[in-house]
Structure formats: C-alpha cells, structure tokens
Design a protein around this ligand. Sequence first.
Ligand code: NDP
Length: 410
Amino acid sequence: MKERKGRVMIIGAGAVATVTTHKCAQLPQFFKEIMVASRTLSKCEEIKNAIRKKYNRDIKTARIDANDIPALVSLINDFRPDIVINLALPYQDLAIMEACLQARVDYLDTANYESEDKPSFEYKLQWAYREKYKERGIMGILGCGFDPGVTNAYAAYALKHIFDEINYLDILDCNAGKHSYPFATNFNPEVNIREVTQPGRYWQDGRWITTAPILDEKSIHFSFNFPVVGPREVYLIYHEELESLVLNLKGLKRARFWMTFSENYLTHLRVLHNVGLTRIDEVEFEGHKIVPLRFLKAVLPDPGSLGETYEGKTVIGNIMTGKKDGHILTRYIYNICDHRDAYEETGTQAVAYTAGAPAMMGALLMITGQWQGEGVFNVEELDPDPFMEALNQYGLPWQIEEHEPLPEKF
Ligand code: NDP
C-alpha cells in the first residue's frame, strides 16, 4: 500500500468544492491537511473562514488557473498531496489529469471532460490516460459524485450482492426542492444548461438510441411516484455514467437516465433557449465577443447561494431488473437528501451536497487503502462495499426496496 500523509488538494471553490472541503474537515484523523486551490482566491478564503469557524481547523488556500499545467504541477509538488480532488469545471479535467500524471499524484473527479466549444460528454480522452497512469503507478477515479458516482456504486453493489446479472437499469434523479428564485440551476448554470439542452440518448441491445431533447414536445417523459416526495414528471436525458455502465455491467440489455424538471423550469429554459441565450458560440456585443450562455450564467443566481432558502428533498437512485438463480427480480436503491439539512451542515443545498460528499468518500477510501489500483477507473470498477458503508456513515444513507420493473415504452 502507498504511504499516505492524509494530505488532500481540492481544486475549485464552488458549491461542490465547498461541500467536499467541509466533509474532509470533519474527519481530521484521515484528512490531516487540506488545501483548496482555485481561480478566484477570495472564494477559497471564504471556504477557509467557514471551516475555521465551524471546526476550528486551518486549511491552506492557493490561487491557481488549472489550465496552466506547469503552474499546477509546481503547486502540487510544493504541497505534495496524496490525492488531487478535481471540483473545477469539466473543461479542466484533462489539464488536471495531466498535472497529476507529471507530479505522480492520485486523481479523482466528479464529471467527465468536455471541451468548451462543443458539449461532448465522453470518457474517451480521460480513458486514454489509463496506460499512462498505470505506468506511473498512480490511480485516477472518474465520476465520483452522486450521478455519476453513487449511481455507479449502486449498480456494482446490486451486481455483487443481489443479482447474477442486471438486464435493465433506470437511473432516476429527482430534485423536489423549492428555492426563492423564479429560475436557477442547481449546479454551475453553464455546465447544467449545456447538459440538459442536448438530445436524449439511451442504450438498448448494444446500441445508442437518440431521443428528443427535454424542450422538444416529442421528449420522452412520464410521472414517477418517488418515495416520500410523491409523483414527479421525469424526462429521459443522456447522462455520462451510462457510457461506462453499459461496458461494465454484464448482461445489460437497456440503460436509461431520467431527471425531474418542473413546468416552471422548462418554461424559463424554453424562452432562454428560443431567444438564443443558451448558445455557446461567440457573438459580437458592443465591440466585444461574448458567449451568450456565459452571460446568462453571470446574471443567474449562484447555485452556491440557493441553500439559504431551499426547502425539500432530492431522491436519486437506480431501478434495476435482473436475474438471481434463474428468477427475475427488480430492486430500487436510492438516497433521500434534505436541502435544509445539507445547508445546516455545509452552507450549500442538497444537489451540491450529494455531489461533494461522495468525492470526500472516494478520497477517504484511497487514503485508507480500501480503494487501490494503478490506472484510471470508473466507480463501478471498484469494490462497492466500503463505499456503500461510507455513504451510510457520512451523510448519504441508502435504502433498498422491491419495485415493479419500469416499462419499455412510455
Ligand atoms: P461552480 O461553478 O460552483 O464551481 C466551479 C469552481 O471551479 C469555481 O470556483 C471556479 O472558479 C473554479 N474554476 C473554473 N475554472 C477554473 C480554472 N481554470 N482553474 C481553477 N479553478 C477553476 O461549479 P459546481 O461546484 O457546481 O460544480 C463543480 C463540478 O462538480 C463540475 O464539474 C460539475 O459538473 C460537477 N458536478 C458533479 C455532480 C455529480 O453528481 N457527479 C453533480 C453536480 C456537479 P471561479 O470561482 O473563479 O469561477
């Protein structure tokens, strides 16, 4: 096992990074030294002050542009963390993976790489680091938030303990919370809006099937009766964990991802989309070039600020149908997270909490040697048991229920 110092570097100082830093700071026996490094130093300082006030702990901060690989390698070499937790934006994934490779330090993130000028949602360029990480003797864990992350672990756990094979997988992500703004996104608006305005896609019998985007009247949706929060309309969208799960879950015949959207959210987004404010290409504005979606991000509420007024819960989980000893069974594994509780613990809402807490847990398992390996891994390729235990222990408890299988068509 690698020698571990209990030192972690968190890159990014947004809503998700805030949660991960709080969660790490709560476990000084494992995370002995913490650095938060990001593009805007004042945001790192805000997190540092909150941590000092709440846990009487000092953490280090640094200003870094993660796209500047030599500067990042030098910062990593100065601090020498066991792990770099990347909670900047998906655009920085490759630069941070490269810096970790050069500095020979383990890596973990929560979202797959995207180029700024074209939404892609593909692991290809990150998986290309597998051999290089193996040769350097380091470990990279991709997508260790909630979805991707916990949803991958739910599938791995079900395959290990409940099924001989999983044939049908439906991941359902519900945010039944309410905040005081007419329209806001729950995590970075640019990343969020790029994701949800794409065409939908699901996987069946070895091939991808494209469906209408959520704003289109032909989008696929239905009302699902979620535990505790009740019926909500869920829409079929493409989500990145499907790419690795269809490769890693043996026996899979169909995999889909569903997310709840309220009529209010869709109406606002439809208008913004129709007037061109979700465009990601540059346009001329008063002698400057601006990207409309970036401008929109600047005027929308900061997702980190939603927590104060957020009420309600998130319910995220997997419905899986498969075989055990020749019998067909369906199980629903899910977590319920409360916006208010998340805010009281970390100062942010449940969407950031459900992404940031698993990133701490992944890092914890790396530090304690329960997750070890050389190369680049998606979460379902690692032993789900210690992760599932950590979820129960550190704030994201899960439940398993029998369930009806979801129909093929809606
Ligand atoms: P935010 O926009 O709130 O935070 C992003 C942070 O990254 C900001 O502090 C930003 O700096 C910093 N940053 C951006 N560019 C750079 C750069 N070049 N160098 C250094 N720092 C940089 O985003 P969120 O906290 O909402 O999301 C963080 C990540 O978590 C995203 O990748 C998102 O996709 C992922 N996520 C994953 C989920 C999951 O369940 N798997 C769910 C939700 C989010 P600045 O303050 O200057 O803008």
